[in-house]
Design a protein around this ligand. Structure first.
Ligand code: NAD
Ligand code: GLY
Length: 367
């Protein structure tokens, strides 16, 4: 087992990474304060892993809340089900909420933990690649609003993150690819040598090779932990973690939550951010193409949906959380492995980026 630390002073916490960690109750026990535990999961993950976790926690007074599965359920109404479960079973302020599932469950359970009785203990057990490399670390929690992704939420750090790499064995290929989008993101924003490693290891990752997956998870979590420790509340460098997300969130919102997976939208959105970086003369077209090939090798879309016009993008991007004083800030690459957040770009470059022919680009690069 590997243990990484997210260094946030008194709110520091460990990330445990290894195989079969779900079956090790002592790991969890040290992060549970009282006698009550509420497990929040969903109807897909529950039949796979809930019983094992309940068995590991059999010494506690347990409540399990099983939510419907899907991004479209990341709402106020469904969040209420968590509070219903906690209050019905009379959970007090010493209770610990455990999120067992992907990013949707993690974001919602974390937000519930931030709100319930003004804040209770919280542990993340992420079960998708995306949640293991990104959403479970760093304390961003929340829900969607019909007008914008993740628009309602709180920064609320967990007491621990427990990553059982074996849980990826049941993950559908499409979800694995979605997680790889966030893995590739770390290479692009802050770790160029990692891109080379990913180029060499993409087939192994897609074949669920445990050693390769563990290495990718460790390297991604280490990058995320470093960035979060430097800028917990996203006043600076943390915003670079949103490479491709401004374009990507526009795709998710426009297409309807859950139609494009978050990681898929991030992949196509990142290609747009790289195209813009190319048009600004910051990276070479060959570097943009290198990233497109890597997304393609990961089984990810690299072309935004045909139905979306530049006007659609601009409309959705105006509600991005990186908009400050009416100015849209974008994460772009100054060079491979070096991201920057800026609102200083000629508007015509953004417009050209939104009008670019991504389908032609992708076709040319297809293996
Ligand atoms: P998800 O939570 O919807 O999970 C994807 C699918 O996989 C779901 O159907 C889920 O039930 C299923 N699943 C989960 N674990 C499984 C397993 N082990 N085996 C089989 N099926 C399994 O999606 P996600 O990609 O994990 O997360 C996306 C969400 O995370 C989005 O809402 C996004 O906004 C959020 N996010 C948050 C942050 C953050 O910092 N908080 C960062 C990135 C993404
Ligand atoms: N996923 C972006 C962040 O955690 O800041």
């Amino acid at each position: 087992m590997q243990i990484l630390q997210v260094e946030l002073g008194e709110r520091s916490y460990p990330i445990y990474i290894g195989a079969d960690l779900l079956a090790q109750p002592q790991l969890l026990a040290q992060h549970i304060a009282g006698r009550q535990v509420a497990i929040v999961t969903n109807e897909t993950v529950a039949p796979l892993y809930l019983q094992a976790l309940e068995t590991a926690l059999s010494g506690y007074s347990l409540t399990s809340v099983v939510l419907p599965d899907g991004e479209e359920f990341k709402t106020w109404e469904v969040l209420q089900q968590i509070f219903d479960g906690l209050l019905t079973a009379r959970h007090d302020r010493r209770t610990t909420i455990i999120a067992l599932g992907g990013g949707v469950v993690g974001d919602m359970a974390g937000f519930a933990a931030a709100c319930y009785q003004r804040g209770v203990n919280f542990v993340q057990i992420p079960t998708t690649l995306l949640s293991q490399v990104d959403s479970s670390v760093g304390g961003k929690t929340g829900i969607n609003h019909p007008l914008g992704k993740n628009m309602v939420g709180a920064f609320y750090q967990p007491q621990a993150v427990l990553i059982d790499t074996k849980s990826l064995m049941t993950l559908p290929q499409r979800e694995l690819s979605a997680g790889l989008a966030e893995v590739i993101k770390y290479g692009l924003i802050c770790d160029e040598p990692f891109l080379q490693w990913l180029e060499a290891n993409m087939p192994a990752l897609r074949e669920l090779d445990q050693a390769a997956l563990t290495q990718a998870i460790e390297r991604s979590c280490a990058a995320k932990a470093r960035i979060v420790a430097a800028d917990e509340r996203e006043s600076g460098v943390r915003a670079t973690l949103n490479l491709g997300h401004t374009f990507g969130h526009a795709i998710e919102t426009h297409m309807g939550y859950g139609v494009w997976l978050h990681g898929e939208a991030v992949a196509a959105g990142t290609v747009m951010a790289l195209e813009m970086s190319t048009r600004l003369g910051w990276i070479e077209p060959a570097e943009r193409d290198r990233a497109i090939r890597l997304f393609q090798a990961a089984g990810l879309p690299v072309v935004p949906p045909k139905v979306m016009t530049p006007a659609h993008f601009l409309e959705h991007m105006a509600v991005d959380k990186k908009v400050l004083d009416g100015q849209l800030r974008l994460v772009l690459l100054r060079q491979m492995g070096d991201a920057v957040v800026t609102s200083e770009y000629p508007r015509e470059i953004l417009s050209a980026t939104l009008n670019a022919d991504y389908a032609a680009m992708a076709e040319q690069l297809k293996n």
